[in-house]
Design a protein around this ligand. Structure first.
Ligand code: GUN
Ligand code: FE
Length: 427
């Protein structure tokens, strides 16, 4: 059983007290919550008589993975060839999102997406729907059925896209209705979702900002500075703004519950402004490599105190798996002389993301009173993984081998709210 409780720091030796590892751990559940965590030998005597004890010898239990930025409506355009951001949006993404006028399609995709997330060990995500409010109703309905902790929002976009996707006139009222129906109920939260500055008028972004001022428990998700052509377009559309981030600042969209995906092409001034507001950048390494967007500067984030989260960004991302996100983050790090340690990686996927998204009073670690969301990892899932891990001398080496070599097959079980929601097919 392993728990990543605090930022481990930059070194390949984690800061003391940042990792808890129990070779003989017991995770004691009561209903949907964690009741106690500790050494089996110490806790076992106090277990109530007749309670079920599951034996996960040779497995590794860790908190459920969190994906800070992902588009469920783009699952079917993963692996779309040969475009960078703006052409990728026009040629693949916008036509695909038009399909979500069909509620049946939204229901199907919500269920397929959640099954895939759970198969990959992800128990919580911050999710973009399409601009159709029904896409979010379908998604939250599917999440509620599985008792998952999820944030989502309907995309706000009222210009510069196909007419079928524009929500001029209805975007804000539809958002208000969705907040009323879903926000803060069960384990669901609403994330106000202007797509990015080029597809919203200033009036729409101002109205989104007013929603946030009106309710400080709402989240905000959008995109920022992913691609150079996007930057040029923003400069052209907002000639009066000091830089890209200033557009969002003027609308009141930058706060402690705001996630800006990518943040590749930003300077330290913008990083410090994000840090001052407690906002986070979602680092989406497989997406950034796939679209050829650029290399996120993790070192600059540390130096300026800017929080960053880890995310798949499907459908530009190439894999829903948290392991794959860590592998891509490591590769991006190597290309910039900043190799990601396994400690940073797994802390990021669990407690780091939980903290940056203000979810750490609910999830992110295995601790009493938190919600029982966790993954059971099988280090012997494949002959190769088993062989490589058997040669590791330390826990750090084993975690690093998982981060580079593991995939869905290593997710033996995924639990959410105290229930097993996914079991690997062992036949
Ligand atoms: N910028 C605006 N919309 C999108 C999107 O759907 N995906 C990515 N990667 N970037 C965006
Ligand atoms: Fe995205």
């Amino acid at each position: 059983l392993i728990n990543f409780t605090r930022d481990p720091g930059d070194d390949n030796t984690p800061q003391p007290g940042s990792v808890e590892h129990y070779g003989d751990g017991l995770l004691w559940l009561k209903g949907q919550h964690i009741h106690a965590v500790g050494h089996f030998s110490e806790l076992a005597p106090s277990l109530p008589e007749g309670c079920a004890v599951l034996d996960y010898r040779d497995k590794l239990i860790m908190p459920g993975f969190i994906d800070a930025h992902v588009h469920y409506v783009q699952l079917d355009i993963m692996a779309s060839y040969g475009r960078q951001l703006l052409d990728w949006l026009n040629d693949y993404t916008f036509p695909e999102e038009c399909r979500f006028t069909s509620h049946a399609h939204a229901e199907t995709l919500s269920n397929v997406f959640l099954d895939e997330m759970l198969r990959a060990g992800t128990t919580t995500a911050q999710v973009f729907g399409s601009s159709h409010p029904g896409s979010v109703d379908a998604f939250f309905t599917a999440c509620k059925k599985r008792r998952l902790r999820m944030m989502a929002g309907k995309v706000l976009m009222d210009r510069n896209a196909p007419n079928a996707l524009l929500d001029e006139g209805s975007g804000i009222t539809d958002t208000e209705r969705l907040i009323e129906d879903w926000h803060g109920k069960d384990r669901l939260g609403y994330s106000v979702t202007p797509r990015f500055a080029p597809t919203s008028t200033m009036a729409q972004m101002d109205a989104a900002g007013a929603l946030l001022r009106n309710d400080s428990t709402l989240w905000l998700q959008t995109h920022l500075a992913e691609n150079n052509s996007e930057l040029d377009w923003v400069t052209e559309l907002f000639p009066g703004s000091r830089d890209y981030l200033a557009v969002y600042e003027e609308a009141g969209l930058v706060g402690p519950r705001s996630t800006f995906a990518h943040g590749i092409h930003i300077d330290n001034d913008m990083r410090k402004r994000l840090a001052d507001r407690g906002a986070n950048i979602a680092f989406c390494p497989s997406s950034n490599l796939f679209l050829g967007s650029g290399l996120f500067d993790r070192q600059a984030a540390y130096e300026t105190g800017m929080a960053f989260t880890l995310a798949s960004d499907i459908g530009a991302g190439t894999d829903l798996s948290g392991f794959a996100t860590l592998k891509a983050a490591y590769q991006v790090g190597q290309l910039s002389g900043q190799p990601l340690t396994a400690w940073q990686g797994f802390y990021g996927l669990t407690m780091g993301n939980a903290k940056a998204l203000s979810l750490d009073s609910h999830i992110g670690q295995l601790a009493p009173a938190l919600e029982a969301d966790f993954v059971v990892i099988d280090p012997n899932a494949t002959p190769l993984l088993s062989r490589r891990i058997s040669h590791c001398k330390t826990l750090g080496e084993r975690l690093f081998a998982l981060m580079i070599l593991a995939d869905d097959r290593a997710i033996y079980e995924t639990w959410a709210a105290g229930q097993c929601q996914h079991q690997r097919d062992t036949t």
